[in-house]
Ligand binder design. Structure first.
Ligand code: CTP
Ligand code: MG
Length: 233
C-alpha cells in the first residue's frame, strides 16, 4: 500500500454534537434530546450514524452541565476515548465552542450536527465530508418548497416572496478545522443558529450539499409526532 492511501484511510473527522439546550419550544419534561423516539433517545439516534462511520475519529457531545457530570444510563456505557461529553454553554454557539475545544487535535475535518436531528443519514454525512475536504464549509440543505409569505403581525399578508434560490440549512455542516476555529474566534460571544453563518461572516466560502427532507429538526411537540412516524416507517 502506498503511503498516500495509508494516510487517506486514517479516521480524521471529528464530530461535535450540540445537545445542551433546554428544549423550551418542545414543552416541559425531560430536555427533548433525551426523550425517546420509538423507544430510542433522540441524542442516541443522532450519534449512531456518526459512531458507525469509518472516517469518524472522535465525537464530542455538549450536554447540560448536570448530564455531562452524570451521563444518562443509556449513554454512560458508550463513553470513552472516541465518544466524550463536555458541559455545554448558555447558547448553541457556546456549546459548539466547548465541544470544539475538547476535540482530538488529530481531527482535521470537523462536522457539527444538532442532537435535535435524529434522522441524519449516511449519504448526508458522506456528502458533507466530501465537500469539506475540498477546503470549504459545507451545509446539508434542501430547497424551499413552500410559497413564502411576508407578514409583520403574523396575520395580514403584505407580500409573497420569491423562493427561487432559497435553501433550508440543516445539519450536518462540515468544515476544515482551521476554518471553523477561525470563524468562532472572530465571532467572539456572538450566537448563531448555525455554524456556517459564522464562517460566512468571517469571509469563508460555504457550499450546499444535498440533504434529506426527512432530516427534520425536532423543535415542537408536533415534531415529536412526526418523529415517531418517521422512526416507525
Ligand atoms: N443547543 C446547545 N446549547 C444551547 C442551546 C442549544 O447545545 N445552549 C443545542 C440543542 O440541544 C439542539 C441544537 O443546539 O441540539 C439546536 O437547538 P434548538 O433546536 O434550538 O434546541 P433548544 O435550544 O434546546 O430548543 P429551544 O430553542 O426550543 O429551547
Ligand atoms: Mg434553541
Amino acid at each position: 500500500m502506498s503511503p498516500i492511501s495509508v494516510a487517506a484511510s486514517q479516521p480524521d473527522v471529528g464530530v461535535l454534537l450540540p445537545a445542551a439546550g433546554q428544549g423550551e419550544r418542545a414543552g416541559s419534561g425531560l430536555p427533548k434530546q433525551f426523550r425517546p423516539i420509538a423507544g430510542v433517545p433522540m441524542l442516541l439516534r443522532a450519534i449512531r450514524p456518526f459512531a458507525a462511520h469509518p472516517r469518524v475519529r472522535a465525537i464530542v457531545a455538549a450536554l447540560p452541565a448536570d448530564a455531562a457530570h452524570a451521563a444518562p444510563t443509556w449513554l454512560a456505557p458508550l463513553l470513552g476515548e472516541r465518544l466524550r461529553v463536555v458541559p455545554g454553554g448558555s447558547t448553541r454557539a457556546a456549546s459548539v465552542r466547548a465541544a470544539l475545544a475538547a476535540l482530538d487535535p488529530a481531527c482535521t475535518i470537523v462536522l457539527v450536527h444538532d442532537a435535535a436531528r435524529p434522522f441524519v443519514e449516511r449519504e448526508e454525512i458522506d456528502a458533507v465530508i466530501a465537500a469539506a475536504e475540498q477546503g470549504t464549509g459545507a451545509v446539508a440543505a434542501v430547497p424551499v418548497s413552500d410559497t413564502l409569505k411576508r407578514s409583520a403581525d403574523g396575520r395580514r399578508v403584505s407580500g409573497t416572496e420569491p423562493r427561487a434560490g432559497l435553501w433550508r440549512a440543516l445539519t450536518p455542516q462540515g468544515f476544515p478545522r482551521r476554518l471553523l476555529e477561525d470563524a468562532y474566534r472572530a465571532a467572539g460571544d456572538l450566537d448563531a443558529t448555525d455554524d456556517a453563518a459564522l464562517v460566512e461572516a468571517a469571509g469563508g466560502v460555504v457550499v450546499l450539499v444535498p440533504g434529506r427532507t426527512t432530516n427534520i429538526k425536532v423543535t415542537t411537540p408536533d415534531d415529536f409526532a412526526v418523529a415517531e412516524a418517521l422512526a416507525t416507517t
